[in-house]
Design a protein around this ligand. Structure first.
Ligand code: FES
Length: 145
Protein backbone atom coordinates (compact mmCIF):
# COMPACT_ATOMS: atom_id res chain seq x y z
CA UNK A 1 0.00 0.00 0.00
CA UNK A 2 2.84 2.40 0.83
CA UNK A 3 5.93 3.01 -1.30
CA UNK A 4 9.37 2.09 0.03
CA UNK A 5 10.18 5.78 0.38
CA UNK A 6 7.10 6.42 2.49
CA UNK A 7 7.98 3.49 4.75
CA UNK A 8 11.58 4.69 5.00
CA UNK A 9 10.62 8.25 5.96
CA UNK A 10 8.00 6.94 8.38
CA UNK A 11 10.42 4.55 10.09
CA UNK A 12 13.47 6.85 9.96
CA UNK A 13 12.06 10.35 9.82
CA UNK A 14 14.63 13.05 8.99
CA UNK A 15 14.86 16.37 10.81
CA UNK A 16 12.68 15.55 13.79
CA UNK A 17 12.87 18.08 16.60
CA UNK A 18 12.68 21.78 17.16
CA UNK A 19 14.88 24.78 16.45
CA UNK A 20 15.48 27.15 19.28
CA UNK A 21 14.90 30.78 18.30
CA UNK A 22 13.64 29.65 14.90
CA UNK A 23 13.16 32.31 12.21
CA UNK A 24 9.66 30.99 11.64
CA UNK A 25 7.38 28.42 13.23
CA UNK A 26 4.15 27.11 11.76
CA UNK A 27 1.57 24.80 13.28
CA UNK A 28 -1.33 23.31 11.39
CA UNK A 29 -3.92 20.80 12.43
CA UNK A 30 -6.46 18.58 10.81
CA UNK A 31 -9.54 18.64 13.00
CA UNK A 32 -11.06 15.64 11.23
CA UNK A 33 -8.34 13.19 12.23
CA UNK A 34 -6.88 15.20 15.11
CA UNK A 35 -3.35 15.25 13.68
CA UNK A 36 -1.04 18.21 14.24
CA UNK A 37 2.19 19.23 12.53
CA UNK A 38 4.69 21.91 13.51
CA UNK A 39 7.55 23.10 11.29
CA UNK A 40 10.52 25.19 12.38
CA UNK A 41 12.63 27.13 9.87
CA UNK A 42 16.04 28.68 10.32
CA UNK A 43 16.45 31.29 7.58
CA UNK A 44 19.65 33.27 7.10
CA UNK A 45 20.10 36.91 6.06
CA UNK A 46 20.11 35.94 2.38
CA UNK A 47 16.72 34.26 2.68
CA UNK A 48 18.14 30.74 2.49
CA UNK A 49 16.61 28.03 4.65
CA UNK A 50 19.60 26.74 6.57
CA UNK A 51 17.74 24.29 8.72
CA UNK A 52 14.27 22.86 9.06
CA UNK A 53 12.83 20.62 11.75
CA UNK A 54 9.42 19.21 12.45
CA UNK A 55 7.25 17.65 15.08
CA UNK A 56 4.25 15.71 13.98
CA UNK A 57 1.60 14.21 16.15
CA UNK A 58 -0.10 12.20 13.50
CA UNK A 59 -0.42 9.25 11.21
CA UNK A 60 2.41 7.54 9.38
CA UNK A 61 1.73 9.36 6.12
CA UNK A 62 1.84 12.69 7.96
CA UNK A 63 5.18 11.77 9.52
CA UNK A 64 6.60 10.65 6.16
CA UNK A 65 5.40 13.78 4.35
CA UNK A 66 6.76 16.10 7.03
CA UNK A 67 10.09 14.31 6.90
CA UNK A 68 10.27 14.59 3.10
CA UNK A 69 9.04 18.20 3.14
CA UNK A 70 11.83 19.25 5.52
CA UNK A 71 14.38 17.54 3.28
CA UNK A 72 12.98 19.35 0.23
CA UNK A 73 13.08 22.87 1.71
CA UNK A 74 16.46 22.58 3.42
CA UNK A 75 19.10 24.67 1.64
CA UNK A 76 16.48 26.30 -0.59
CA UNK A 77 15.53 29.93 -1.01
CA UNK A 78 12.13 31.10 0.20
CA UNK A 79 10.90 31.27 -3.42
CA UNK A 80 11.97 27.68 -4.01
CA UNK A 81 10.39 26.56 -0.74
CA UNK A 82 7.10 28.05 -1.93
CA UNK A 83 7.17 25.48 -4.76
CA UNK A 84 7.29 22.58 -2.31
CA UNK A 85 3.62 21.77 -2.63
CA UNK A 86 1.93 18.68 -1.27
CA UNK A 87 2.06 17.34 -4.83
CA UNK A 88 5.82 17.80 -4.95
CA UNK A 89 6.19 16.07 -1.58
CA UNK A 90 4.02 13.16 -2.72
CA UNK A 91 5.99 12.80 -5.94
CA UNK A 92 9.24 12.73 -3.97
CA UNK A 93 7.74 9.92 -1.89
CA UNK A 94 6.65 7.96 -5.00
CA UNK A 95 3.01 8.63 -4.19
CA UNK A 96 0.52 8.11 -1.40
CA UNK A 97 -2.68 6.08 -1.35
CA UNK A 98 -5.67 8.30 -2.28
CA UNK A 99 -7.13 8.20 1.24
CA UNK A 100 -3.84 9.60 2.58
CA UNK A 101 -3.45 12.51 0.18
CA UNK A 102 -4.96 14.94 2.70
CA UNK A 103 -2.14 14.10 5.14
CA UNK A 104 0.39 15.63 2.75
CA UNK A 105 -1.56 18.89 2.84
CA UNK A 106 -0.49 19.32 6.45
CA UNK A 107 3.16 19.52 5.36
CA UNK A 108 2.52 22.15 2.70
CA UNK A 109 0.35 24.22 5.04
CA UNK A 110 2.83 23.96 7.93
CA UNK A 111 5.69 25.20 5.72
CA UNK A 112 3.53 28.09 4.56
CA UNK A 113 2.56 28.88 8.16
CA UNK A 114 6.24 28.93 9.19
CA UNK A 115 7.11 31.19 6.24
CA UNK A 116 4.21 33.46 7.15
CA UNK A 117 5.52 33.69 10.72
CA UNK A 118 8.98 34.55 9.36
CA UNK A 119 7.54 37.22 7.03
CA UNK A 120 5.51 38.77 9.85
CA UNK A 121 8.53 38.92 12.15
CA UNK A 122 10.61 40.58 9.45
CA UNK A 123 7.91 42.85 8.06
CA UNK A 124 8.24 41.40 4.55
CA UNK A 125 5.82 40.02 2.01
CA UNK A 126 6.40 36.67 0.36
CA UNK A 127 5.08 36.48 -3.20
CA UNK A 128 2.11 34.11 -3.43
CA UNK A 129 1.93 33.35 0.29
CA UNK A 130 -1.53 33.47 1.82
CA UNK A 131 -2.38 33.82 5.48
CA UNK A 132 -2.21 30.29 6.90
CA UNK A 133 -5.14 28.36 8.24
CA UNK A 134 -4.92 26.86 11.71
CA UNK A 135 -6.68 23.81 10.33
CA UNK A 136 -6.54 22.46 6.79
CA UNK A 137 -10.32 22.12 6.72
CA UNK A 138 -10.98 25.68 7.86
CA UNK A 139 -13.62 27.34 5.75
CA UNK A 140 -14.87 24.06 4.32
CA UNK A 141 -18.29 22.53 4.72
CA UNK A 142 -18.92 19.36 6.64
CA UNK A 143 -18.54 17.07 3.66
CA UNK A 144 -17.00 13.67 4.13
CA UNK A 145 -13.70 12.79 2.53
FE1 FES B 1 -4.51 12.70 9.88
FE2 FES B 1 -3.00 11.49 8.16
S1 FES B 1 -4.81 10.73 9.08
S2 FES B 1 -2.87 13.51 8.82
Amino acid sequence: MYSEKVMDHFQNPRNVGEIEDASGVGTVGNAKCGDIMRIYLDIDGDGIIRDCKFKTFGCGAAVATSSMATELVKGKSIEEAMKVTNKAVMEALDGLPPVKVHCSLLAEEAIHAALWDYAEKHGIKIEGLKEPKADIHEGEGQEEY
